[in-house]
Design a protein around this ligand. Structure first.
Ligand code: ZN
Length: 331
């Protein structure tokens, strides 16, 4: 039985997302075969499709970092990243700093495929209160936001947190994690409708250009980059920490060093997180203390349209694709 996948062979527009038949794979020792049911879309999928100057994605690549499916009768989601497992950083629990760190769907093939083989430990059990689509909406942004706030910013109870782009995939997770940590959470969003939804997650909503944000926050969560950088830095209180995991609007920014040293600010970079952090964060999901935010579910056959929606920022939380490839159309 062959498999069907979405494959990127050349970077480009949405037409670069091709449906293809692939040879079958079978699990080796310590591995399991996952029948994929849902895959969530991330900004990373846009970078894999478009390409990033100076970065080699080693095409062809099957995209898809967030995968839910079945192993036998068991409902699972997959760890979105892992290290080599044997270097000093991996054995001390810092897989995200391993020189062979892998992210599913970026530098390792992802989940936009009917079946895939993974190491058995990559599987996390899905609790009964979540659907497959909801489970798929979690791993990458959950781990990213967890590592930003818990691992990098070392958030403390009672601190004030500003989440920029509160309606983004990372944003909806960061709001919930910061609240779980006992912080007072504020979030920016672009439209009154999105601000209302951000408020529904428990954050005080603001427009991006709200002058009342200046100097107010112990921690600022930043994934937008260029477009929000100035307001993010100015929102920091004395001794504040800005933690950045992305630059969806562009990566060139200016830093006023006087503000940096006078206000004793910390600028923290963050990417993904360790496998242990993923297990910790997933325990909060299992306990029902972190909830997925699914904007909509589309069939995989409409993945091109899905990319367009994410590019135009028309998604609140996560867009999830169900594993329906329109197999009859595949050549
Ligand atoms: Zn390693």
């Amino acid at each position: 039985m062959s498999r069907v996948a979405v494959v990127v062979r050349q970077h480009g527009g949405v037409e670069a997302l091709k449906h293809e038949r692939l040879d079958d794979v079978s699990p080796g020792p310590g591995e399991v075969e996952v029948e994929v049911s849902h895959v969530a879309l991330n900004h990373l999928d846009l970078w894999v499709r478009r390409g990033v100057p100076g970065h080699d994605f080693h095409l062809p690549r099957i995209p898809g970092s967030d995968v839910a499916g079945r192993v036998g009768g068991r409902r699972v989601v997959l760890h979105p990243s892992w290290g080599c497992g044997s270097c000093s950083r991996c054995i001390t629990g810092m897989q995200d700093r391993c020189s062979e760190f892998r992210i599913r769907g970026e530098n390792s093939d992802g989940g936009c495929v009917t079946r895939l083989v993974v190491p058995a430990w990559h599987c996390l059990d899905v609790p009964d209160h979540l659907s497959d689509a909801e489970a798929a909406a979690l791993p990458l942004t959950l781990l990213t936001a967890w590592h930003m706030l818990v691992g990098r910013a070392a958030l403390r109870r009672g601190e004030r947190v500003l989440v920029q782009a509160g309606g983004s995939g990372v944003g909806v997770m960061a709001i919930q994690i910061a609240r779980l940590w006992g912080a007072e959470v504020h979030a920016t969003a672009s439209t009154p409708e999105r601000r209302e939804r951000v408020a529904g997650l428990g954050a005080v909503p603001h427009a991006y250009d709200d002058p009342g944000l200046r100097g107010q926050f112990d921690v600022v969560v930043e994934c937008v980059g260029q477009a929000s950088w100035r307001s993010s830095v100015s929102a920091l209180a004395w001794g504040g920490r800005l933690v950045c995991c992305g630059a969806t609007s562009g990566s060139k920014v200016e830093i006023n060093l006087q503000a940096l040293f006078f206000k004793q600010l910390s600028l923290l970079g963050s990417t993904m997180g360790s496998s242990g952090e993923m297990e910790q964060a997933w325990a909060e999901v299992r306990a029902g203390r972190i909830r997925p935010v699914v904007d909509r579910v589309l069939p995989m056959s409409r993945i091109r349209e899905a990319h367009g929606l994410l590019e135009r920022r028309e998604v609140f939380g996560k867009l999830v694709l169900s594993m329906d490839l329109g197999v009859d159309d595949v050549v």
